[in-house]
Design a protein around this ligand. Structure first.
Ligand code: AOS
Ligand code: ZN
Ligand code: ZN
Length: 386
């Protein structure tokens, strides 16, 4: 059996990044249900994120989205974050919200639009220099809706050219994380639809380019843990955008729709040595109908629970069963870990970290929600579902 104190130490050292956009109002194209007390500016998003970190102890960084989190002075924003006990994390670019991007951004047939998109991506690297962020997270809405609309190969050439220009701009210690998504908003062909396409581009670019796996971006039935294992073997897994889905890119709380899948993914991360590497464990979620800060705390806890179960897999017993071809025993070893109630273990970890064992109850008691509801009037929309 895995050593309990090593498991606890690993859990205490976990780092999960929360996204600035999860704190603001969001919704679907049908309706955005505004909530009271939501942040009105990037600073207030950071203040809320600091609460999540204060109660969980494992959410020390916050991903920014440009232009949703545009400020005049990014160094000052980094300082503000630090003063509140958190740091700025990945910089997420946005090449999908302007009219110019109707036919794509860096894959667009028009060189002028490609230039505009590339200038934005280069500006994001400037911002990383100011914030001290390590990762530029790239998700492209580029694609086509109809066969023949544009040249599939030509779009790949433009993508490669654009990515290469941004790659050249990266400084020491900076990385480019390329995210894939099989459809939406493009419905016929997406320019980075799958891990294979992302991997092929990252491989050509070099070691600073890595693939990011958004758990909501696969066709139903896709074996995501296999993708994780493969990318880890190739040293090309840069990070995760965690969330969960029933149908498409639902952006629901990670571990809510399919906690078993999250466990299987985390097991491959642990198995592949990814837990102690530079992999960014980020959330990419929107809380449209549920209270935002408690939902983000719950999400962090869900990742912790899946991680704890993955760390508890008796890998020696599993290896023996696998070697002996004992199918049932091998499956039972994995299921034993999954079926373990790890909540008492995590409560102990939190207490040893000087935290309340029940982060959501502690948050509710803290009075922060009442404070922001009274203080903040007229919160902003996060950007999705506008
Ligand atoms: C879009 O579907 C992707 O999941 C993006 O990662 C992300 O939600 C967006 O870039 C927000 O910054
Ligand atoms: Zn994502
Ligand atoms: Zn998504």
């Amino acid at each position: 059996m895995p050593d309990q104190s090593a498991v606890k130490a690993a859990l205490a050292a976990q780092k999960i990044e929360t996204p600035s956009w999860a704190y603001g109002n969001s919704g679907t194209r049908f309706k955005v249900f505004a909530q009271q007390g939501v942040p009105r500016d990037p600073q207030e998003k950071l203040a809320d994120a600091a609460q999540v970190h204060a109660f969980t102890g494992v959410a020390p960084t916050v991903a920014l989205h440009i232009p949703w989190d545009r400020v005049d002075d990014y160094s000052a924003l980094a300082k503000y974050a630090q003063d509140h006990g958190v740091k700025l994390g990945a910089i997420n670019s946005n090449t999908f919200q302007d009219d110019d991007y109707k036919l794509g951004s860096i894959c667009h047939p028009d060189a002028g639009v490609r230039r505009k998109a590339l200038d934005h991506l280069l500006e994001c690297v400037d911002i990383m220099d100011a914030t001290g962020s390590r990762d530029l997270k790239l998700w492209f809405a580029d694609g086509t809706n109809y066969p023949g609309q544009d040249d599939l190969r030509g779009r790949q050439d433009r993508l490669a050219e654009g990515l290469a220009e941004v790659y050249q701009r990266l400084g020491d210690g900076q990385r480019m994380l390329l995210e894939y998504k099989f459809f939406e908003p493009a419905f016929y062909a997406t320019d980075v639809p799958d891990w294979g396409t992302a991997y092929a581009h990252c491989l050509k670019l070099g070691e600073k380019a890595q693939v990011v796996v958004d758990t909501g971006h696969h066709a139903p039935g896709t074996n995501i843990e296999f993708i994780v294992a493969t990318l880890l073997r190739e040293n090309k897994l840069g990070g995760f955008d965690f969330n969960s889905r029933f149908y498409a890119d639902d952006d629901l709380m990670v571990g809510a729709a399919d906690p078993f899948q999250l466990f299987r993914i985390m097991y491959e991360v642990v198995r592949g040595g990814g837990y102690t590497s530079d992999i960014a464990f980020m959330l990419d979620q929107c809380h449209n109908i549920e209270a935002k800060i408690p939902a983000i705390i719950r999400s962090v806890m869900n990742v912790q629970e899946a991680t704890a179960k993955a760390l508890l897999v008796d890998r020696e017993a599993l290896a023996v069963a696998q070697r002996e071809g004992d199918v049932l025993e091998a499956n039972a070893v994995l299921m034993d870990a999954y079926n373990t109630d790890v909540r008492p273990l995590l409560a102990e970890v939190r207490e040893e970290m000087g935290l309340d064992p029940d982060p959501i109850a502690a948050y509710r008691r803290s009075g922060w929600q009442q404070h922001i509801t009274a203080e903040r009037v007229g919160g902003t929309q996060a950007g999705w579902g506008a």
